[in-house]
Design a protein around this ligand. Sequence first.
Ligand code: NAD
Length: 253
Amino acid sequence: MTQTSRKGAVIVTGAAQGLGRAFARRLAEDGYAVCLSDIAGDHVAAAADQLEKDGHAALGLAVDVTDEASVDEMVAAVVDRFGSVDGLVNNASIFSTLQMRPFFDIPLAEWRKVVDVNLTGVFICSKAVAAPMRVQGHGRIINISSAVVPMGRQNYLHYVGSKAGVVGMTRAMARELGEWNITVNAILPGATDTGIERATVTQQQRDALIAMRSIKRTQVPDDLCGVASFLMSKDSAFMSGQSLIVDGGAWFS
Ligand SMILES: NC(=O)c1ccc[n+]([C@@H]2O[C@H](COP(=O)([O-])OP(=O)(O)OC[C@H]3O[C@@H](n4cnc5c(N)ncnc54)[C@H](O)[C@@H]3O)[C@@H](O)[C@H]2O)c1
C-alpha cells in the first residue's frame, strides 16, 4: 500500500544507531517518510517502530550497502510503500568498530572491507536511487564524509582514504546528476558523541579536539541534523557538489 507524505520519501543508510538514527528522526520530524536501513536488521526495525509510534511514516529494512541486490530491493520497497524516492543519506560506515593502528599494520582484508562499505556502498546506493530520481526530475543525495579528511587524522588510513573518496565522488556525482535537478552534497562531521562506545577516540583526544574548535564544547548529533535537514530541503536547491565541515570551527575549507 502506498503511504504518501507531505515532502516525499528519504532513505537513511546505517540508521540503526548513532548519527544515522538521529538523521532519520530529524527528517521524519521535518515531514518526510523515512526508510531506515542497516545491516543490523533488528535494531533498525526497532528504530523504525519507534518513529511510527511517534506518528511518523517509517520503514525499517535490513540492508547491506555492499550488496547491490539488497540495495535495489530497498529502493523498490520504498517506491512501493511511499511512491517515490526523494532523498538519500549515505551514512552507513564501518566506523565505531574500527581499531586504530599505523597504516603499515592494517591487514589488507580490513582495508578492503572498510573501502567496500564506506566508499563502494555510497556508489551502490547512489546508483540505485539515481534511476527513480532521474525519472522524477529531482532528488537530494547527502554523503556523510568526515572532518578527518581536512585534518589528515592518523592511524586509520582506510577510513580517512574512504572518506576522502566520498568528497571526490560528491563533486563528480553532482556534475553528472545536475541535469535532473538532483543535488549531491557532503557533510564532514567532527568527532561527535553519539553515546556509542568506540576505540577511535580516547577521552584525552576528545579534550584535545575540543580545544582545537572555535566553539569549545562536545559535538552532539543535533549539531549535524539541522545541516542534513537544510541539504534535504528545497532551500538548498542551487547548492551541489559542496562539502560542509561541521566541527565547531576546528578545520576550515
Ligand atoms: N560519530 C562521529 O564522531 C563521526 C565523525 C565523522 C564522521 N562520522 C560518520 O558519520 C556516520 C555515522 O557515524 P556513527 O558515529 O553513527 O557510526 P556508527 O559506527 O555508530 O554507526 C554506523 C552504522 O552503519 C551500519 N553499517 C555498517 N556496515 C554496514 C553495511 N555494510 N550496510 C549497512 N549498514 C552498515 C552499522 O550497523 C551502524 O549502525 C558514518 O559515516 C561515520 O563515518 C561519524
